[in-house]
Design a protein. Structure first.
Length: 103
């Protein structure tokens, strides 16, 4: 869960991201009311409303990515850059080795 409010250190999230995602989908994709879904899942309606608002804003931005997907994308880009650097280093090492062994 990544909202703008900071959680106390060591305090676990009360609701896992999968649960939040499914609850929001019931509201946005199935057209059920926030109050109805909150009642059936025994979640505070205000809390569910915050989750729904966050996802609506993400969808309006048009990125097509939710917060978790955006974080994963950043991590994958970082990893790809690291792998490119390692590949280039290996290419240069191989070229040096070939040059030294043929001289």
């Amino acid at each position: 869960m990544s909202n703008s409010k900071k959680r106390r250190p060591g305090r676990p999230a009360k609701y896992p991201p999968e649960f939040q995602r499914d609850a929001v989908a019931m509201v946005l994709d199935e057209g059920r009311s926030i109050a109805d879904v909150a009642r059936s899942l025994m979640v505070n309606a205000g809390t569910l409303g915050n989750w729904v608002d966050r996802v609506r804003k993400e969808r309006e931005r048009g990125t097509g990515l939710d917060t978790d997907e955006r974080a994963e994308l950043v991590e994958l880009r970082r990893e790809a850059a690291q792998l490119r650097m390692e590949r280039d280093l290996l290419k240069r090492s191989l070229a040096f080795w070939v040059k030294e062994s043929t001289s």
